[in-house]
Write a protein that binds this ligand. Sequence first.
Ligand code: KG4
Ligand code: ZN
Length: 413
Amino acid sequence: MNKIMRILAIETSCDETAIAIIDGGDDKKHPQFLVRSSIVSSQVAIHAAWGGVVPNIAKREHQKNLVPVLLQALGEADFLASRNKRQEARKKSGVVLNSILEREPELLEQFKKNIAPLSTPNIDAIAVTQGPGLEPALWVGVNFARALSYIWAKPLVGINHMEGHVAVALLHAKIKNKKPLPPIAYSLELIRYPAIALLVSGGHTELVLVQKPFHYKVVGETRDDAAGEAFDKVAKILGLPYPGGPEISRMAEKGDATTFAFPRPMMSAPNLDFSFSGLKTSVLYSVQKLKETKLLTAKTKRDIAASFQEAVVETLTRKTLKAIQATKAKTFILGGGVAANTELRGRLKKTISETNPTMQIYLPATSLTGDNALMIATAAYAKLLNNKNILTKKSSRILWKIMRPEAHLRIGE
Ligand code: KG4
Ligand code: ZN
């Protein structure tokens, strides 16, 4: 590494409050970075009581968590040195801070007390998830990033959450330190184009064509529920806690996937779209019937979980193969929370490599499939490395004045 590009990234699109700091190298041919810190504070336990993510609770929790998470990240990255003595400058900034964080009063108070007095850390850019995601949750992260950008006079970069899920799949761990993480060094794989990405999360199920770096086109998507949403809803039907994906996949391991013939909606349709809502309804009817006949046992529940998972995995795999064929893709990338699913990972890898032996296949590390800020830092790093102008353009310095979240932002827009 020659010159270092240091990025602080913030993710608050759903129910994880996350901040990461990376030191990126500036060699485009060998993109690599060191993780100085990567903190994820999960709200899952809080939302589980409600059976799913409640946007306003997510907003409240992000407000509470952001300052402690930032302090922890700065501490791990060795940026918590001296306190800033320029009180005058801070007094001036107070008025602007009030307006940036006026809708997050609790965060504003913590910010003034704990962040404003810190000396400016030696970073080059602040990256933040701009969308897609839950609007109230996104607002907190974006306003927090704006406040930091203002007070530290650092450029702000808005990142698409789904692009983060793509980028993180391309990480290759280089040095595994013996001591607990961080730091860890990663290189970013240079892939062959075109690539097809299957992005499966709680809010999205899409097949994305990547013709060249940073050029994304959604070629297939769900018409109703997302794959992760289907896992969560079926888990609820079976009386399992939120989030349902990990629960269902654990139960499915011991179940018989051939017991229930659940539908595979749109699997044979000539397009690349998906539909999971009918599948969920079919599971609901089966469970109701089993309940009436008193046959809903631990065993039939496991068989339902396995049969449901099989229907999702088969549909996703079949459509992915179709997309690869239609686009003559040379690379396959998997991303999103559902990418943690062992059956899905195994099936995609096996089926794709059997039918396309020369295909490059990238599956994200299971520790990075859920929402985190390292994925946002990675996407920002790739962007900045390939277009350093983003940092020098005047517009980036005034972004803190105008940036807003985009709850329905699509990848490539
Ligand atoms: O990407 P993500 O962490 O958050 C969103 O951006 O939505 O994805 C969360 C989704 C949830 O629906 C969760 O149930 C699902 O990913 N998920 C899984 C597994 N682990 C998480 N779905 C199936 N199998 C899993 N092992
Ligand atoms: Zn996500």
